[in-house]
Design a protein around this ligand. Structure first.
Ligand SMILES: NC(=O)c1ccc[n+]([C@@H]2O[C@H](COP(=O)([O-])OP(=O)(O)OC[C@H]3O[C@@H](n4cnc5c(N)ncnc54)[C@H](O)[C@@H]3O)[C@@H](O)[C@H]2O)c1
Ligand SMILES: [Zn+2]
Length: 356
């Protein structure tokens, strides 16, 4: 994934490189443009402004700072952002640049898909979650009254630049949330990677350079493989939702106070428990993954994650409303092998009760 040897994501609609390189190479990897509309969130801007400003210093650009936090993924912020971009120099010959976590990537990517009926955009993901997941694959979206990510577009970036230096300022819970998506790739498609994570997971969370680079690269290889086969989620891409149907129920039950990745991690344990109950997976797989998560400080019960006794009926109700749920679950047959399967409500409830 170096500057000279990037990974490539190839889909029916696009073919783009993914680099692991310092932000200073930005001018070398950006598509040529007359103007760059740069979108960052307020936290990333406060922490990394000098480095970002230096990397952009030779480029014609305007920086748009949006308030940090999931609440910025809405129609109001989107409208304001689009208006600001167009009033401050973005034309058809321009390019949009998202520097931030998944929130900024989703918001700026969706804005790029709409501005002037679509301008190229580049992702510079700054969270672990964004470097292993959201910046790759072309899903862009905002939230609305009907639910999270319900309004959006498939719109692939022109390039992705991952600079691990950004991760140094990332709080531990956010690192853990990104790690959950890394673990997800291992569970659904790569037993060797899972074995590697059991040994190196702590080093990844502590941002040991070689370990974190390997984890990001391997995760991106899995995402690229799956998105390359199924860009619009008509089939195999659904496997990436491992742990997400349960996870979304937990997130909603917490009123979105629990981080997405931390909910997904517990959701993966629940999906494995469901796999055990349906008879397709051995109990010792569940015990092994649970032990791994506990060793890294994940909450492996609903009570510890939510900080109170959960109402499992409410979690069920949230799950039934989930667009990704609709009775379909991603289960695992073994470490590294996932399948899609419907589950009866009674079993879903039983699983939730096991994790109270
Ligand atoms: N498009 C996709 O395929 C996809 C996939 C997964 C998640 N998502 C979306 O991504 C979002 C979650 O991503 P996220 O966890 O990156 O959220 P985020 O962008 O909200 O970032 C999390 C927090 O970390 C801060 N932050 C970002 N970079 C930082 C840094 N380098 N140092 C310190 N703090 C930093 C942010 O300001 C924010 O407070 C959700 O909106 C989710 O829906 C999209
Ligand atoms: Zn996720």
């Amino acid at each position: 994934m170096s500057l000279n040897n990037p990974l490539w994501c190839s889909t029916p609609s696009a073919h783009y490189p993914l680099y692991q390189a310092p932000l200073s190479v930005l001018p070398e990897i950006l598509p040529p443009a007359s103007h760059y509309a740069v979108v960052v969130d307020s936290t990333v801007w406060a922490l990394h402004q000098p480095r970002i400003t230096l990397a952009l210093s030779t480029l014609p650009h305007y920086v748009h700072v949006v308030p940090a936090g999931e609440h910025s993924k809405n129609f109001q912020t989107l409208e304001k952002l689009l208006t600001d971009m167009l009033k401050n120099g973005l034309t058809r010959k321009g390019c949009s640049l998202a520097i931030g976590g998944g929130m900024v990537g989703d918001l700026a990517g969706f804005a790029a898909s709409m501005a002037l009926r679509g301008v190229p955009f580049v992702q510079v993901p700054t969270t672990l979650l964004a470097q292993v997941d959201s910046s790759v694959g072309g899903k862009t979206a905002i939230n609305c009254g009907a639910g999270k990510n319900m309004v959006g577009a498939f719109y692939q970036p022109a390039a992705v630049l991952m600079d691990s230096a950004f991760l140094q300022t990332l709080p531990t819970p956010e690192r853990r949330a990104g790690y959950a998506e890394i673990l997800k790739y291992a569970l659904l498609g790569d037993a060797d990677f899972y074995n590697w994570l059991e040994i190196n997971g702590k080093a990844v969370l502590e941002l040991e350079e070689t370990a974190v680079r390997h984890a990001i690269k391997t995760s991106c290889q899995h995402k690229i493989r799956i998105v390359g086969e199924d860009e619009k989620e008509q089939g195999i891409r659904a496997l990436l939702n491992l742990g997400h149907t349960f996870g979304h129920g937990i997130e909603a039950e917490s009123n979105y106070q629990v981080l997405h990745g931390e909910a997904v991690a517990l959701g993966c344990l629940m999906a494995i428990k469901a796999s055990v109950l349906t008879g397709i997976c051995a109990q010792d797989v569940l015990e092994r993954v649970q032990k791994h998560q506990e060793s890294l400080g994940f909450s492996t019960t609903l009570s510890t994650l939510l900080g109170r006794t959960p109402n499992v009926q409410d979690i069920m109700a949230h799950m039934l409303m989930d667009k990704k749920g609709a009775g379909n679950f991603i289960l695992i047959k073994n470490l590294g092998t996932a399948v899609q399967q419907a589950l009866p409500d009674s079993m879903v409830l039983q699983v939730l009760e096991e994790f109270i």
